[in-house]
Design a protein. Structure first.
Lengths: 116, 115
């Protein structure tokens, strides 16, 4: 398993501003993902954060809106750019390992974002 | 593409009642299947998983069996407690391809257990 922390845990932001969310893992992981959970909804994958290369985005999500960095095997950031009230969601980081016996993903506690 | 369908909620039960939350899926290949739980105000936690047909995942009195013939992974518990009140998510992990590692979630089922 892995212990995952996210910063900030919550924030209230103004329309048009940007927020960067950090995800830190206590061990090296192969895969890191960013999900969004809109109010009362399920989780939707935004992108896969690839170490040392550009993130892989899911349909409906673009790099200009959600730039992602992953400088090493234990850390990633997600930026929500030019925010609008529709971006109010919980953003979750998850980690996993490719191959091997474990295919479980573990989730961070989430960042609750409110955009006014 | 992959999809997961859960029974609609919310589900309200009395303590010690039997619980079933239905989950069916559509996927190519042989995905791994998961149940995650989200307690009020907390993050997502893995409850149980199964990685191949006929596997049974179990944890904390909850069980789910990977049924390939019916593409289902229903969650069951024989006697629920108030502390089981939470949102339950069924999910699958693609076996490979371009979305390797991606989890696809169902819409979630809210469970409320009354004393």
């Amino acid at each position: 398993s892995a212990v995952i922390s996210q910063k900030p845990s919550r924030d209230i932001c103004q329309r048009g501003t940007s927020l960067t969310i950090q995800c830190q893992v206590d061990s090296q992981v192969t895969m890191m993902f960013w999900y969004r959970q809109q109010p009362g909804q399920s989780l939707t994958l935004i992108a896969t954060a690839n170490q040392g290369s550009e993130a892989t985005y899911e349909s409906g999500f673009v790099i200009d809106k959600f730039p992602i960095s992953r400088p090493n095997l234990t850390f990633s950031t997600l930026t929500v750019s030019n925010m609008s009230p529709e971006d109010s969601s919980i953003y979750l980081c998850s980690v996993g390992w490719s191959g091997g016996a474990s295919d479980t993903q573990y989730f961070g506690p989430g960042t609750r974002l409110t955009v006014l | 593409g992959d999809s997961v369908t859960q029974m609609e909620g919310p589900v309200t039960l009395s303590e010690e009642a039997f619980l079933t939350i239905n989950c069916t899926y559509t996927a190519t290949g042989y995905p791994s299947l998961f149940w995650y739980v989200q307690y009020p105000g907390e993050g997502l936690q893995l409850l149980l998983k199964a990685t191949k047909a006929d596997d049974k995942g179990s944890n904390k009195g909850f069980e789910a069996t990977y049924r390939k013939e019916t593409t289902s992974f229903h969650l069951e518990k024989g006697s629920v407690q108030v502390s089981d009140s939470a949102v339950y998510f069924c999910a699958l992990r693609d076996a490979g391809g371009t979305s390797y590692g991606k989890l696809t979630f169902g819409q979630g089922t809210i469970l409320t257990v009354h004393p």
